[in-house]
Design a protein around this ligand. Structure first.
Ligand SMILES: [Zn+2]
Length: 263
């Protein structure tokens, strides 16, 4: 019997996703970094001169250790736009963010949660690997469709209760993901910074959890699809460019990128 696991043979992962790149991200990052929680920040490259947005030149150092993803260059509600404008919104944002970070930017969060089938189908052709919606599932599972990646909860929707439930899950036969989203300025507006602080304190720094960005989770899920096995399970081939972790009859096996293992 072969079961894939997350890196480090874990069966729980935690990620967060925060939008718009306002100055309150500085405070949020300070908290996340203190507790080792990682995630993705979705930025609008054409809005960076606006008030309260993080300065362009500070972006690479501020978000270090996290992922930067597109959120539309100008934060347009894409479901209302001509499809050509959607293309420009995403490609221009990708290009500008890639110039800023020196990295490939291939994640997306739908601005105002707005998307439709046409937009969803367009994204792979724009080099996007996954896209986050604004619909909570209340669940702890990997998405069925990475282009309609629905988070577990917004931080204002029972975050601490959900965090506790996630920590208490003890079902080694399954794989779990807790995914929290929001905007850091909401903590200023609602005066509830203690909420995210408490959540990070509770869920951070745990050996049994893989702390990853959205992109890392997506890439790992794609890597797993490039593991090939013989019918008897004796031959394992890792066709991906990542280390892949699995259990074979309970034995922990880490396959190096490109590794061929025969028993
Ligand atoms: Zn937004």
């Amino acid at each position: 019997m072969i079961y894939f696991t997350y890196p480090g043979f874990r069966n729980k992962a935690l990620t967060i996703s925060y939008d718009d790149g306002l100055w309150s991200d500085v405070h949020l990052l300070e908290i996340l970094n203190r507790y080792g929680i990682r995630g993705t920040f979705n930025l609008n490259s054409a809005c960076m001169e606006e008030e309260r947005r993080v300065d362009r030149e500070k972006i690479p150092s501020l978000y270090k250790g996290h992922e930067i993803a597109t959120h539309g260059a100008a934060h347009l509600t894409m479901g209302r736009c001509p499809i050509t404008d959607v293309v420009k919104e995403i490609l221009e944002d990708r290009k500008a963010l890639e110039e800023l970070t020196g990295e490939i930017v291939d994640g997306h969060a739908y601005p105002n949660g707005s998307y439709n089938k046409q937009i969803r189908l367009l994204l792979p052709g724009l080099g996007i690997r996954y896209a986050r919606t604004a619909e909570d599932t209340g669940k702890y599972d990997l998405p069925k469709d990475f282009f309609e990646w629905k988070p577990t909860c917004h931080h204002n929707h029972q975050l601490l209760e959900k965090g506790k439930e996630f920590l208490n899950i003890d079902l080694p036969q399954f794989q779990f993901l807790m995914y929290v989203w929001g905007h850091s300025y909401e903590f200023d507006r609602d005066r509830n910074w203690n909420l995210i602080e408490e959540f990070c304190k509770m869920t951070g720094g745990r050996e049994e959890i893989w702390y990853a960005s959205n992109g890392e989770i997506c890439r790992y899920a794609q890597a797993i699809r490039q593991i090939y096995t013989s019918v008897d399970g004796k031959i394992l081939v890792n066709g991906s460019g990542l280390e892949v972790y699995l259990l074979r009859d309970g034995e922990k096996i880490m396959l190096e990128p490109g590794e061929v293992r025969k028993r």
